[in-house]
Design a protein around this ligand. Structure first.
Ligand code: ADP
Ligand code: MG
Length: 723
């Protein structure tokens, strides 16, 4: 009988002949491997192809080479330099000749490679004292494994689990498992030229050649991505089917949305009209909306979001906008209140038959009395729009009739929070939800991270923007030589700031990010401010304001208002100005220690300038202290396209960080890479929609249905079970 993965998931690894209780504990500790399925999906991290080996005799300086050779001599010594390093030198020989190999600061190599050990070495051939040499090569112990391709597994020195142990157990698993059941329809496999599951598991662990391994990988990657997509699409369909939503009135009288658009000082862009129409269709439908609005910095997401909120309000519902931080909530609050200033609603109970549209802020910074007033207003239905952080969906917050929720998130809004909304409406219906990403993420990543949402893309900037010129201003690394060279390197930046101010424009100076401590960050902002404005400072004589997280809200409003009205020339600030600040007359953005910021953050900050018709500049001041930091700054200089930058970010950071925040506990992407396997994400998603069709429970594909939960994290599983 063909094996199902669920059966293997039920078998503890101790069922294997070679695995006793000690090994089982070691496997659990080192790799979280408990079942035979866990072991089977512990994939090799590399494959050594004996067929690719080169003979030492044939090597040339500069070659990227792989040789298989035996250790003849090995010894370690300390070098003289300061600090001293451990240098391990070895001589290895194959049937054609010998080569010198050296390892720096890898003292343990002496133990790893005793004389007589056979190993595969990968590296670039160099020369030392006229002899060919490999320096710090990648080493794989091939031991006495036979066969052309040798799978190398992640091993654990601490738990004393070697790749050989794992390979031996894997052999037993494959042999005893025999044939694997294949739950993916043959037609789908045929369409994409995928091998069957038995071939795939054999091909990944014990391939005859590299082509086998590639074919196997492709199939297993598809399975991983398909399971994720099945879970996501299924959740989406289940929500649509089971949750009672609100059919909002679009158009008709009064038409707040039309009024709002008519009052804007600009026409909507085509992209704003298109995405608004997509949202309107969802709002009008009787099932709850779950939509993601992706758009670059400055694309005008706020207008689209406010339109959606107003569509709810015009039908008598309340709207809520949630921001990821207090500061952003406060900024949204100020901006939206301004946009909706003078808006009135029909109110029979009032003397004039109408009342102003009520927009309120619910944050942890408002006074207790204020908070009570807002909460009472929300419960009574007197507050039309509430703006705040996640505090908005906490317990104790009740709405009279919550109709539309906008979430301005930075990958921080998870499944649990979304579920919490279901009970918040006050009417028994689930409100419509629009999620906005503050910065774009790549399409395939969006399909995976937000795969249970529909996606709208705001892919057009409002007209009249001039692209921002970005320069990286490298400064010397702090080396104890004092700050003078550093300030010298910065000098041209401050000259530019002064020149722009002299021409009537304004500038931002963003102070170093200190993630570990708000207190330190505040201090560094204060110091920067002092230094720049001192009598001999670079910005002496200019009108400079200071803004950071510890400035009281009233005072912050004052500073912001002064900057907006041109009463300040320069604003020295922490990242509190990252999002939402909108002063078209500002033409210079200076970011200090820019290499400390992430790509998305830098892009957001840069988005604060280039908002008017004048040419703008962004100066990234920083030492490229790490290769990644350098790559980030270079990317910013090269591109102003947020979607392109998002791809670079994914390449640099990997999917781990991207997925991490939102999908802790998801362990299904072992082989698949959202970068390398981009096209497979889309294919898997299409197939998931096909297979689920109108039947989210996957009745027609029980084999797939049973294995989806095997790979889900607890949060996901909980959610699926609850709904
Ligand atoms: P983001 O997508 O980054 O949130 P915002 O909503 O903050 O962008 O909008 C950026 C700026 O563009 C704001 O000043 C806003 O008033 C302006 N804006 C939005 N839509 C348009 C438009 N259709 N035409 C001109 N300016 C617009
Ligand atoms: Mg915005």
């Amino acid at each position: 009988m063909a094996r199902r993965l669920t059966q293997l998931a039920d078998l503890p690894v101790t069922e294997l002949k070679g695995v006793g209780p000690k090994h089982a504990e070691a496997l659990a500790r080192a790799f979280d491997i408990h079942s035979v399925l866990d072991l089977l999906t512990h994939y090799p991290r590399r494959w050594v192809d004996r067929g690719n080996r080169q003979l030492i005799r044939d090597l040339h300086v500069g070659d990227e080479a792989m040789v298989i050779a035996t250790v003849q001599r090995i010894s370690a010594r300390r070098t003289k330099g300061r600090p001293p390093k451990v240098l391990v030198s070895a001589t290895l020989r194959d049937e054609s000749g010998s080569i010198a190999v050296s390892f720096f600061n890898q003292g343990w190599r002496e133990r790893q490679l005793p004389v007589g050990t056979e190993c595969a070495l990968f590296g670039k051939v160099g020369e030392y004292n006229g002899r060919l040499q490999l320096s710090n090569p990648v080493v794989d112990l091939v031991g006495n494994r036979t066969g052309r391709i040798i799978a190398m597994y992640p091993q654990s020195e601490k738990e004393r689990l070697t790749t050989w142990d794992i390979a031996t157990w894997m052999e037993e698993v494959l042999e005893r498992a025999g044939q694997f059941a294949d739950p993916v329809p043959a037609e789908v496999l045929g369409r994409f030229g995928l091998v069957d599951r038995t071939t795939a598991f054999r091909g990944i662990h014990a391939p005859d050649d590299m082509a086998d391994k590639e074919a196997a990988r492709k199939r297993l990657v598809f399975d991983e991505l398909l399971r994720v997509q099945l879970a996501l699409v299924r959740r989406k369909r289940t929500l649509e089917r089971t949750a009672k939503g609100i059919a909002h009135r679009i158009g008709g009288e009064p038409d707040f949305v039309a009024q709002f658009h008519a009052r804007l000082p600009f026409p909507l862009t085509a992209a704003q009209r298109r995405t608004s129409a997509e949202i309107d269709a969802d709002l009008a439908a009787p099932h709850p909306m779950h939509r993601l609005l992706q758009g670059d910095v400055g694309a005008g997401k706020t207008v689209v979001a406010v339109s959606a909120l107003l569509a709810g309000v015009q039908g008598g519902y309340q709207g809520a906008l949630m921001a990821p931080t207090e500061v952003l909530a406060e900024q949204h609050f100020a901006g939206i209140r301004e946009l909706l200033d003078g808006f009135t609603l029909v109110d029979e109970t009032s003397l004039f038959g109408e009342r102003p549209l009520a927009v309120e802020l619910l944050s942890n910074r408002i006074s207790a009395a204020e908070r009570r007033r807002v909460l009472a207003g929300l419960a009574a239905g007197d507050v039309d729009l509430a703006i705040g952080t996640h505090a908005l969906i906490q317990e104790g917050v009740a709405f009279a009739s919550l109709g539309v929720v906008v979430i301005d998130e930075q990958h921080r809004f998870g499944v649990e929070q979304r579920a919490a909304l279901r009970d918040k409406s006050g009417t028994g219906a689930t409100p419509d939800v629009l999620v906005m990403t503050a910065t774009p993420i790549p399409r395939t990543a969006a399909m995976t991270v937000y795969g249970d949402l529909d996606v709208s893309v705001l892919d057009e900037l409002p007209p009249g923007r001039t692209p921002v010129t970005t320069r990286w201003v490298p400064i010397p690394e702090a080396d104890g030589a004092g700050t003078a060279p550093l300030f010298e390197a910065e000098a041209p930046v401050w000259e530019k700031v002064r020149a722009e101010v002299a021409a009537g424009r304004q500038a931002y100076v963003v102070c170093p990010l200190i993630e570990e401590s708000e207190k330190l960050e505040v201090r560094s902002a204060e110091e920067t401010y002092e230094r720049l404005t001192a009598g001999s400072g670079e910005l002496a004589g200019l009108r400079v304001g200071l803004l950071h997280g510890r400035v009281a809200m009233a005072q912050r409003d004052e500073v912001m208002a002064a900057f907006r009205d041109g009463g300040l020339d320069v604003l020295v600030a922490t990242t509190v100005i990252e999002v939402g600040v909108d002063v078209p007359n500002a033409t210079v953005m200076v970011i200090l220690d820019a290499d400390r910021f992430g790509i998305a953050q830098l892009h957001q900050l840069r988005g604060r300038v280039g908002r008017g018709a004048d040419r703008s500049w962004c100066f990234l001041v920083g030492a490229g202290t790490t290769p990644d930091g350098e790559a980030r700054l270079e990317a910013l200089v090269r591109s102003t396209d947020g979607f392109e930058l998002a791809e670079v970010d994914l390449d640099l950071r990997g999917e781990g960080t991207l997925m991490g925040e939102r999908q802790k506990g998801r362990n299904d992407l072992k082989l698949a890479s959202l970068r390398r396997d981009r096209e497979w994400v889309a294919r898997a998603r299409d197939v998931a929609f096909e297979l689920i069709g109108a039947a989210p429970d996957l009745e027609a594909h029980p084999g797939l249905a049973e294995e989806v939960p095997l790979f889900l994290g607890d949060v996901e599983a909980d959610f699926l079970l609850k709904s």
